[in-house]
Design a protein around this ligand. Structure first.
Ligand SMILES: Nc1ncnc2c1ncn2[C@@H]1O[C@H](COP(=O)(O)OP(=O)(O)OP(=O)(O)O)[C@@H](O)[C@H]1O
Ligand SMILES: [Mg+2]
Length: 262
């Protein structure tokens, strides 16, 4: 007899539209987004500034709600429900300035009512994972941007979310640090295989990280195209100069420039 592997989370976005009222007018931000994200998938949302990527991520996180449509996790409607196995990493880090690295990472577990001994133990484990062991008692202002974002990632992972939502987490970092953190993230993902939904402006970053890239059109954001990324894993930085990589990068660039399928 074989024992079936427990199914991981399957996230479905069903016909999500979002508009905001502004100056008496209605600003349509997302238009009829439907998407199925599989268990353990690394999905990247790529699109121009203002096309609604952060709005979509906030809706997936449950901190914002769509006007139309729903978010369904494992067959259950979770639209607008926070704290349901999803964790967010932000571009601007959003760490608590008055908490040490250790207490930042332990924060989500504290909110969840985990005992102090247990939450600090878990937090240390994730701090080790992102290579900040000797900085656990430092405060955010004592860290570089790259280190702060490592704390952000450790904080998100510490609550053991089934889905990790990352909103341009490396957007504020220099290119070298960004490259380093991409590799660290891929290493962690290879080990943990969480579902990741990652927003970026960078075509190269999208191609390097993703299983699939969802290209979002200029506002109101619609799904313009979904691209299966053909590169084998584990990936290393050399593929960024591979002719197939460069060709796909060129095609996606063209697609974004023209705002149409190519
Ligand atoms: N709470 C809000 N109230 C009113 N308008 C909003 C709100 N949040 C977002 N918007 C508008 O929705 C549009 C999309 O914003 P969003 O932040 O989702 O874009 P984005 O794709 O993440 O852009 P960027 O790549 O620059 O981060 C923008 O025009 C923005 O002004
Ligand atoms: Mg954004």
């Amino acid at each position: 007899m074989t024992i079936a592997k427990p199914a991981g989370p399957k996230l479905e976005v069903r016909g999500v539209s979002k508009a905001y009222g502004r100056d008496g007018a209605v600003l349509s931000v997302l238009d009829d987004i439907s998407l199925v994200v599989s268990e353990q998938e690394f999905l990247v949302l790529l699109g121009p500034s203002g096309c609604g990527k952060s709005t979509l991520l906030r809706i997936l996180d449950g901190i914002d709600t769509p006007n139309v449509g729903s978010v369904v996790l494992d067959g259950k409607d979770v639209t607008g429900t926070t704290g349901n196995g999803r964790a967010m990493v932000f571009q601007s880090f959003e760490l608590f300035a008055w908490r040490t690295v250790l207490n930042n990472v332990a924060f989500g577990l504290e909110v969840a009512g985990v005992s102090k001994v247990s939450r600090l133990q878990t937090a240390r484990q994730y701090i080790d994972m992102v290579g900040l062991t000797s900085f656990q008692n430092a405060y955010p202002h004592q860290l570089s941007g790259g280190m702060q974002q490592r704390v952000g990632i450790a904080r998100a992972l510490a609550i053991n979310p089934s889905i990790l939502l990352m909103d341009e987490p490396y957007g504020a970092l220099d290119v070298q640090t960004r490259d380093l953190l991409q590799d660290e993230l891929l290493n962690i993902w290879e080990k943990q295989r969480k579902t990741v939904i990652f927003v970026t402006h960078s075509i190269e970053e999208a191609l390097y990280l993703a299983d699939r890239i969802v290209v979002v059109s200029p506002r109101p954001g619609r799904i313009q195209q979904i691209i299966d990324v053909p590169f084998a894993r584990p990936r290393s930085a050399e593929i960024k100069s591979d002719p197939a990589f460069l060709e796909l990068r060129r095609e996606i660039w063209q697609m974004l420039k023209l705002g149409v399928k190519v």
